[in-house]
Write a protein that binds this ligand. Structure first.
Ligand code: ATP
Ligand code: MG
Length: 147
């Protein structure tokens, strides 16, 4: 499995929003983006911008799906936004029927993907976010795939 990595500094919300929009614009059917990082690091914020880049209409509000586990939005491609925070592990994920959404026709974005264990797809974009002062974010991206 080949991996390409890049680390970016996102100095403010606008930089995070621009990255998300670009990811949304470039997304292809079946793509999976995994968002790592602690509480409040900006995973949902980045997902909102990805949704904008996918042309999800602003009236379909992208909130954190922590309670629903899964939100689905209609854009240029379907967007499946999963949040695994409340899951205990991969059995729980399977029990909740979420596993079948990963890599579906559309773009899948997953917060707290550590909880997926072996359900993490081999081909994916891993994004690791870290807080740097109030509004700065360090963003490491690793693209895992066969090409
Ligand atoms: N550069 C930045 N990028 C992203 N978010 C930022 C940035 N600067 C400040 N913020 C703020 O940080 C907060 C991030 O909250 P968000 O809900 O996106 O985090 P999260 O990683 O999804 O948390 P959780 O694990 O609880 O779901 C927001 O209030 C956002 O406005
Ligand atoms: Mg969140």
């Amino acid at each position: 499995m080949a991996m390409e990595a890049i680390t970016l500094f996102l100095p403010d919300l606008a930089a995070t929003a621009e990255l998300g929009r670009q990811l949304g614009r470039k997304a292809k059917n079946g793509d999976v983006i995994l968002l790592y990082g602690g509480l409040g690091v900006g995973k949902t914020t980045l997902t909102q911008a990805i949704a904008a880049g996918l042309e999800v209409s602003p009236d379909q509000y992208v909130s954190s799906p922590s309670f629903a586990l899964l939100h689905e939005y209609r854009g240029r491609l379907p967007l499946f936004h999963l949040d695994c925070y409340r899951l205990a592990g991969e059995e729980d994920m399977e029990g909740a029927g979420l596993a079948e959404y990963i890599g579906r026709t559309g773009l899948t974005v997953i917060e707290w993907p550590e909880r997926l264990g072996s359900l993490r797809p081999a081909e994916r974009l891993d994004i690791f976010l870290k807080i740097d002062k109030e509004s700065g974010r360090i963003c490491r991206m690793e693209a895992w795939g066969n090409d």
